[in-house]
Design a protein around this ligand. Sequence first.
Ligand SMILES: Cc1cc2nc3c(=O)[nH]c(=O)nc-3n(C[C@H](O)[C@H](O)[C@H](O)COP(=O)(O)OP(=O)(O)OC[C@H]3O[C@@H](n4cnc5c(N)ncnc54)[C@H](O)[C@@H]3O)c2cc1C
Length: 502
Amino acid sequence: MTGPHLNATRRSRELGQLAETTVDVLVVGGGVTGCGTALDAASRGLSVALVEQADLAHGTSRWSSKLVHGGLRYLATGDVGLALESARERGLLMSVVAPHLVRPLPMVIALGPDVDPRAGLLVDVGHRVGDVLRRVARTPRGTLPAPRRISVAETTRLLPAVRRDGLRGGLLNWDGQLEDDARLVVALARTAASYGAKILTRTSAVSASGDGAVLRDELTGQTTAVRAKAVVNATGAWADRLAPETRLRPSKGVHVVLPAAVLGHPAAALTVPVPGERNRYVFALPHPDGLVHVGLTDDPLDGPLPDVPVADEAEIAFLLATLSRGLELPLSRSDVVGSFAGVRPLLAGAEGRTADLSRRHAVVRGDDGLVTVLGGKLTTYRRMAQDVVDTLTDVPCRTASLPLVGAVGPGAPAPARLVRRYGAEASDVAALAAADPRLLEPVAEGVPVLGVELLWGVLAEGALTAEDLLERRTRLSFVDAWHTSARAAAEEALQGGRAPVV
Ligand SMILES: Cc1cc2nc3c(=O)[nH]c(=O)nc-3n(C[C@H](O)[C@H](O)[C@H](O)COP(=O)(O)OP(=O)(O)OC[C@H]3O[C@@H](n4cnc5c(N)ncnc54)[C@H](O)[C@@H]3O)c2cc1C
């Protein structure tokens, strides 16, 4: 299925139409939760508009670890219900909803001197219980292989940089990994648009209640009051700005980006326990384009929330030092080629560390009728959306059997990189180079992104600025040097994309 084209022309047309109608559902927030909600409501036959103050995936949804979890860590805290929900959602994403964007990821805990045999045994048991959840969730063995203990030789083959002295082998487990979290959000938004949803970026809700909102067009500064039969606040960590009664406990998480060569091009994720902590790990996750993402911190964020949080030096040092404990050679600051930080929209609950707070979600209706969806995580966005829309209509939810754009289709031949990122739409993206084959080349020296990707971002994926292209349609901003060297190409694609392209 070729999805609908989101672009500047469509945005201004639909923004104008919005003032003249009453939509069934107005969704505020263009992260995974808001876009998932827009798709759920539109696919049940409701008229929907979604407004996002900046760009699709501008908030937390682009800063995740990109894991589609089976919920193993929730088992460790005894929350079997949440673990099972995660395992079910993981299975749906990998088999029906977005199999083109989620792949199986081998993850290894190296049994080195830092992991005593008792702790190793507990992890092994946890992996096996996780595998039972996989079975209950009906995710086939072919999608996620069985966990197993692996030899020293296999551990060092998968993880060439792992620390050798005292190594007794490893514990191998499988989970889901997203190609790119921002791509999932864009695919959700475009699939929602294919059911008629209006997707309006650079449009913020200044205020909202159960029957409408005041919107500001961030490109012109113009404000408009719009009416809706229901309004959903899906603004994540910023939810209390529209719903002040909301109780959130935001928590900051940081990753650093390393060239895969520094870790010998690992074929699996390496998981290293945080010394002195139970059930907390630092992991090095292999990513395409020769990168490894190392995460993760989890610390309460007090005071006003930044629009875009950044990693500080102490957080970067913590990640490098903890991961180095599991490596043959320690990492240094000069190995880092980029870093990023996000804010988890956690539900306020018991006191204590944010790392221990539940990742459950809640749907809350305010006195003014505004429906706010809170908490949760990327893996369970579909279930969150279902729970929200269930409060608005009796029509049954359809999203468990609904593939996103790119998930199914003829899959005509196209460069492997495009198939990995665009699935069945890869040949449509490649076709943009028909008149200019140079568009199938990298946009700058040493940068993996092809010219057609930038153009497709402008023509079909609603990118309105160079930052939209560099930070969210492609992830060139993961590496500081790529971001700088590709900027001119992004500006050029914006100019080219505004001209009619056949
Ligand atoms: C470091 C980190 C790692 C994580 N890793 C994982 C992981 O591996 N797997 C997993 O399942 N989960 C993970 N999570 C959790 C997951 O990323 C979040 O739960 C999820 O992305 C939240 O999505 P959201 O749509 O609710 O919020 P957001 O993505 O923040 O979206 C909210 C949007 O609302 C917009 N907005 C705010 N105010 C307004 C307004 N007034 N008008 C219009 N728009 C507005 C914002 O610009 C933003 O785009 C991680 C979280 C963090 C922080």
